[in-house]
Ligand binder design. Structure first.
Ligand code: SF4
Length: 243
């Protein structure tokens, strides 16, 4: 089994519940969605080489020909893990669950918690590898970000993901409508009211416009009346030029 990987590097987690934790990031090609604010060139086949950090945190890279086997990827990840303590290895993308088989093959090769950054829609793939994963950062995708709602996929995904250390992340922009936001909060309230929800103001990109600060606080107030733990956290890695 071989897969194309965009990059492997060591940095701080910039978003969500584990913001600030040191992680090794493995970014896969390919996604089943097309969000308006996506900042990752993740088209399958677009990366003939994997960019690999020479030393943990150096931001200096060399290239290794794609695709890689799980053993080759594990060699590179373990090399970075050995240099400095890391809280987890983060599988991101793209949508990492499209590479569920590869992640499953990595499990016995890496002695570190597995952190999955997912768009929360690939339910069969999550079921396949749920026992391999320790922490799940699940995006709640709003219809204004996509061309279609994914409420049903989110509902089924939540039912499986709740077995792990799960938190939810919802990106809000000027385009977010009150109706879709309230629908999302109702869905979470019905399926996972005790799960941490992180509201993340969009980092303006590709025509997306930032949400007004007072709207963000109003959104937090609405959600906090219905869910146990609602926090507002921006993408912090962008503020400090981390990868
Ligand atoms: S789910 Fe993530 S990787 Fe996929 S299009 Fe949306 S932002 Fe990009």
């Amino acid at each position: 089994m071989q897969r194309s990987i965009i990059e492997i590097f060591s940095s701080v987690q910039g978003e969500g519940k584990y913001v600030g934790c040191r992680q090794v990031f493995v970014r896969f090609e390919g996604c089943n969605l097309a969000c308006r604010y996506c900042d990752t060139e993740n088209a399958p086949g677009a990366h003939p080489h994997c960019r690999i950090e020479r030393q943990a945190g150096s931001q200096s890279f060399y290239e290794r020909e794609n695709p890689l086997t799980p053993m080759q990827a594990a060699e590179e990840i373990n090399r970075l893990l050995a240099e400095t303590p890391h809280q987890a290895v983060s599988f991101t993308g793209g949508e990492p669950l499209l590479q569920a088989e590869f992640i499953h093959a990595l499990r016995p090769l890496l002695a570190v918690p597995f952190f999955l950054e997912t768009n929360g829609t690939c339910v069969p793939q999550l079921e396949e590898i749920i026992e391999d994963v320790d922490i799940i950062s699940m995006d709640i995708k709003l219809p204004s970000v996509l061309s279609r709602p994914v409420w049903e996929e989110h509902r089924r995904f939540l039912a499986v993901a709740r077995r792990k250390d799960l938190y939810l992340k919802m990106v809000l922009s000027a385009e977010t409508t009150r109706e879709e936001f309230e629908a999302a909060i109702r869905l979470i309230g019905a399926c996972a009211p005790d799960t941490l929800l992180v509201l993340q103001p969009v980092t303006p990109f590709g025509g997306c416009v930032a949400i007004a600060p007072e709207r963000m606080l109003a959104a937090q107030s609405f959600a906090a009346k219905r869910l146990r733990d609602v926090r507002v956290i921006p993408q912090t890695h962008r503020m400090m030029d981390q990868l």
